[in-house]
Write a protein that binds this ligand. Structure first.
Ligand SMILES: [Zn+2]
Length: 121
């Protein structure tokens, strides 16, 4: 993989600013995780229950990310895939930290969740 030096520095700056891998936005802390592949950063919300998405670089001006953080602050759960605001009873599928709306909870995703649970036995 070709690394872009600019990107690496941005990661370092972001992580340093985030302190213990958390950024505070509108008085709420949002944990930041480095993905298992060490390539993606993800921002979590709602006491780290919900993944707000994964990015190579976290751009704090990204309107999509800000809208998902706002949703958490306002008591909604944003769909991990499309960002649609959901109330708790509107969440169609929970898969690891992902929360999916009716439209995004594909049969493939549901099947994957099922097989993961089967494999745990
Ligand atoms: Zn969705």
């Amino acid at each position: 993989m070709k690394m872009n030096r600019e990107k690496i520095e941005l990661h370092e700056v972001l992580l340093a600013k985030a302190g213990l891998y958390e950024v505070v936005y509108k008085d709420m802390g949002f944990p930041i995780y480095i993905g298992g592949d060490k390539k993606k950063l993800s921002v979590w919300g709602g006491k780290a229950e919900t993944s707000l998405g994964e990015w190579d670089i976290i751009d704090w001006n990204n309107p999509e990310l800000l809208s998902r953080m706002d949703a958490i602050i306002e008591g909604f759960t944003p769909c991990t895939k499309c960002g649609r605001r959901m109330k708790k009873d509107e969440i169609s599928l929970e898969y690891f930290a992902g929360r999916y709306c009716e439209d995004c909870a594909t049969p493939e995703l549901r099947a994957r969740k099922k097989s993961d649970y089967v494999n745990l036995d």
